[in-house]
Design a protein around this ligand. Structure first.
Ligand SMILES: NC(=O)c1ccc[n+]([C@@H]2O[C@H](COP(=O)([O-])OP(=O)(O)OC[C@H]3O[C@@H](n4cnc5c(N)ncnc54)[C@H](O)[C@@H]3O)[C@@H](O)[C@H]2O)c1
Ligand SMILES: O=P(O)(O)OC[C@H](O)CO
Length: 338
């Protein structure tokens, strides 16, 4: 990166892409790519994103465009905020326009369903040679955009690159820590969504606070086992991107993943729930990928398996909780099972 302040382009003008772009726009020139020209116009003229963050003021200097070639052509840093099942397609359209070897930071908390790949792996395939990392943590967009304090981890394979990118996004209210554990941060962000759906089941069924704490704690155990098996560090999984994000997603009324589980617990069919949302619940598609990754590595993930049974095999939610409670508990720390 040159001595002048790097130009940031954020791909994806959903709730979180818009929020992160509004933060970086306070620190450096930032362009947000959105699919809908009307949203680009509203951001440029009114500093608002009426579809995803209605009622919240964005940084006045933030510019938006619906032209992908224009968005990426001049960028020094790309930030990817397009949901996991669409990121590859969007990146493929940038290949002819993006400058060589600029860093790409994923904000995305999901795995590609068909390939089971992490987003930095997808970035590496579509944009080879670009340093790829991830920014993730307990970050409910509606709170961050209003300036409530929050923190996240920015993981890049190279520490110096992580430090230079940290300065573009860190503020007194959005604390950004660095890490080199890209795998751990990415796996944690993807898996916590699956477990938030499980917690939502319990809340929808009317389970108690003890039950919620039990499911969150045992989910952390599952998340850690798969994360470590895939090359992540246990300390990362116990940190902001792991435990921190698991907790907020499992308890926040704003969480879309928890809401999917909650509505299922209340008896609404999945198709109806998804049709009523104009936002993404990454855990739905990611569950399929997680189950296959765990099977390939011979890792027991009973909670994720029950989520998969409800989402993909029409198992009633009541059965899920009864099923979990029937399993005999093993050793709390060393046990393979729930
Ligand atoms: N919202 C949050 O609080 C939050 C916080 C941290 C991370 N994230 C992660 O950020 C990522 C983006 O989520 P979000 O909350 O900004 O999105 P969102 O749910 O607010 O909006 C949906 C996004 O998907 C895009 N989209 C829909 N269909 C598409 C298609 N066919 N092709 C390309 N793009 C399409 C929309 O343009 C929009 O940008 C997700 O991986 C999410 O897990 C979200
Ligand atoms: O609304 P969710 O469930 O996608 O969660 C949002 C963020 O990932 C919380 O950190």
């Amino acid at each position: 990166m040159s001595a002048r302040k790097p130009k940031v382009t954020v791909l994806g003008g959903g709730t979180w892409g818009t929020t992160v772009a509004s933060i970086t726009a306070r620190k450096t020139q930032t362009l947000l790519w959105v699919r809908d020209p009307d949203i680009a116009k509203a951001i440029n003229e009114n500093h608002r994103n009426p579809r995803y963050l209605a009622g919240f003021d964005l940084t006045a200097g933030l510019r938006a465009t619906a032209d992908l070639a224009e968005a990426v052509g001049d960028a020094d840093v790309l930030v990817a905020g397009v949901p996991s099942q669409y990121l590859r397609g969007v990146l493929e359209q940038t290949v002819a326009h993006v400058r060589p070897f600029i860093p790409v930071v994923s904000l995305v908390k999901g795995l590609e369903r068909g390939t089971r790949k992490r987003m930095t792996e997808v970035i590496g395939e579509v944009l080879p040679g670009h340093p790829a990392g991830v920014l993730s943590g307990p970050n409910i967009a509606h709170e961050v955009v209003q300036g409530y304090s929050a923190a996240a981890t920015l993981a890049m394979p190279d520490h110096r690159t992580a430090q230079s990118l940290q300065s573009l996004v860190h503020t007194s209210r959005y604390r950004v820590y660095t890490s080199e554990d890209v795998v751990g941060v990415e796996i944690a962000g993807a898996l916590k969504n699956v477990f938030a759906i499980a917690v939502g089941f319990g809340d929808g069924l009317g389970a108690g606070d003890n039950t919620r704490a039990m499911v969150i704690t045992r989910s952390l155990h599952e998340l850690t086992r798969l994360g470590v098996a895939m090359g992540g560090r246990a300390e990362t999984l116990a940190g902001l991107a792991g435990m921190g994000d698991l907790v907020v997603t499992c308890i926040s009324p704003h969480s879309r993943n928890r809401r999917v589980g909650f509505e299922l617990g209340r008896g609404k069919p999945l198709e109806e729930i998804l049709a009523s949302m104009h936002q993404v619940a990454e855990g739905v598609a990611t569950t399929t990928a997680v189950i296959r990754l765990a099977a390939e590595r011979g890792i027991e993930m009973p909670i994720a398996r029950e989520v998969d049974a409800v989402l993909n095999h029409r198992q009633p939610v009541e059965e899920t909780y009864r099923g979990l409670l029937r399993v005999t508990p093993g050793h709390e720390v060393d046990g393979e099972a729930w």
